[in-house]
Design a protein around this ligand. Structure first.
Ligand SMILES: *[C@@H]1O[C@H](CO)[C@@H](O)[C@H](O)[C@H]1NC(C)=O
Ligand SMILES: *[C@@H]1O[C@H](CO)[C@@H](O)[C@H](O)[C@H]1NC(C)=O
Length: 190
């Protein structure tokens, strides 16, 4: 616990001096790292991403070396193979509840939550939810920028019929410092 508060404290400090924002999906538990990510993204990029799970992807990509052979902008470079035990099974119409841990974020931007076809890195359909202004300081209580629900559309039965084909990706673009924050949740439609 002590560690957690220390990291959060440093993150807020970094934000106050205008370095960066920080946010990450907390619920449901998003995709995380593992050996496949190290293999594809390289250990240096993976280390930078892991040093601050709520940090911007750009920080990691800046340190890309010759071992960087993944796309860190797709699910933060986290790989399905490392997350096969964390795949949500859903049905059309199911409502999923999300919480984003906004560690530091006085950085206006916009955000959305979309279903991504993982093989082609394309968004399927329109975003499940989107915000023109994120984080939204006028929201709530209860806030609907960091706490929100999405409904599984009825158009995913074929495209997302097994794990590894689709993820729900939360995406925040911070305009003032041109930084990208993402979290992914693997799912398949039963
Ligand atoms: C989600 O937001 C990002 C950043 O603004 C944007 O690049 C992307 O096109 C948006 N996705 C959709 C499906 O609108
Ligand atoms: C959040 O709540 C505000 C105020 O009720 C509403 O205008 C806005 O559309 C909501 N946004 C989302 C993404 O639910």
């Amino acid at each position: 616990m002590k560690m957690k508060y220390t990291v959060a404290g440093l993150a807020s400090l970094a934000c106050i001096v205008g370095v960066q924002g920080h946010a990450v999906m907390q619920t449901p538990v998003p995709r995380g790292t593992g050996p496949k990510q190290v293999e594809l993204c390289g250990s240096l990029v993976t280390t930078v991403l892991e040093r601050d799970r709520a940090g911007p992807i750009e920080n990691a990509v800046k340190s890309a070396d010759s071992n960087y052979n993944c796309n860190a902008y797709l699910c933060r470079g986290y790989q399905y193979e490392d997350n096969v035990d964390n795949v949500q099974s859903v049905k059309a119409g199911d409502v999923l509840t999300f919480h984003i841990d906004l560690v530091a974020g006085h950085h206006p931007g916009y955000a959305n939550v979309s279903v991504v076809d993982l093989a082609s890195n394309t968004v399927i359909g329109s975003p499940l939810v989107s915000w023109d202004d994120w984080p939204d300081s006028t929201s709530g209580p209860p806030r609907n920028d960091t706490d929100f629900k999405v409904t599984i559309p009825d158009t995913l039965a074929t495209a997302c019929d097994m794990g590894g084909k689709c993820a729900i990706q939360w995406y925040w673009w911070s305009i003032s410092n041109s930084q990208t924050y993402e979290s992914c949740l693997d799912f398949y439609v039963e």
